[in-house]
Design a protein around this ligand. Structure first.
Ligand SMILES: [Zn+2]
Length: 233
């Protein structure tokens, strides 16, 4: 992606840096910056007093984030210093806004869902085991009662009451809470890498992949590169 930024005292508009008129040694159309794929270049526009990178007059050169760039001369009120760091962050931001290919990041979204589901099914399995054990209680207590010579139906009744108490106290509630905790843990990763829209865990990553893009209509993040649809399982 390319971004061109014009710098000068008479440059106005969205992709320009307007130099204050007090900087007398700066020309009206002094120089331009070119951002291409993360690389920033500055080119002097045959200005009268020149463009300086790290104190050296240049015609055209690459600029890194830590370079100092002056127009019209170095230091002093008649000259102008370009805020290079600000240019870098503005270009990066603009690049990010225009980027639509989020297929790499989508792998992380998918991974979050898979990890979440694995933990959720572990929770549910342990719950099922508990329930099975609890369901045996009336039979066990009834059986014990019979063995000890008492009437089995009383034991059975006691067992049922115990079971009901255990069921009402337990874990149905706990497990819902634990699942909610799990969702809180994974939600920051199960969301759009661009706009941050949180995806419900009832939405499978495969649905997102099939749609190929973020469900938020205002977002243009694409999860599947148009050329390379995957048929992952
Ligand atoms: Zn989005």
């Amino acid at each position: 992606m390319e971004i061109q930024i014009k710098i000068g005292k008479e440059e106005t508009g969205p992709k320009t840096i307007t130099v204050p008129s007090t900087c007398k040694r700066v020309s009206r159309h002094h120089a331009k910056l070119l951002w291409k794929d993360g690389i920033l270049t500055i080119e002097d526009n045959e200005s009268t007093n020149g463009t300086f990178v790290n104190g050296k007059r240049i015609a055209k050169t690459k600029v890194t984030e830590n370079d100092t760039v002056w127009l019209g001369g170095v230091g002093g009120n008649d000259h102008y210093q370009v805020d290079v760091k600000k240019v870098f962050s503005a270009c990066r931001e603009s690049e990010e806004k225009q980027r639509t290919d989020y297929s790499k990041e989508f792998a992380g979204v998918k991974q979050a869902y898979i990890e979440y589901k694995a933990e959720e099914s572990k929770l549910k399995n342990s719950q099922n085991v508990k329930m099975r054990v609890v369901n045996f209680i009336p039979m066990v207590v009834g059986g014990l009662c019979t063995l000890l010579g008492g009437p089995g139906f009383i034991g059975l009744a006691v067992g049922i009451v115990v079971t009901l108490i255990l069921l009402s106290k337990s874990s149905k509630h706990d497990i819902q809470e634990q699942i909610t905790e799990l969702q809180i843990k994974y939600q920051p990763r199960y969301c759009c890498p661009k706009c941050g829209t949180k995806y419900p865990f009832t939405t499978h990553w495969k649905k997102l992949e099939a749609d190929g893009k973020c469900p938020n209509p205002k977002c243009n993040a694409e999860f599947v590169k148009k050329s390379s649809k995957t048929t992952d399982v």
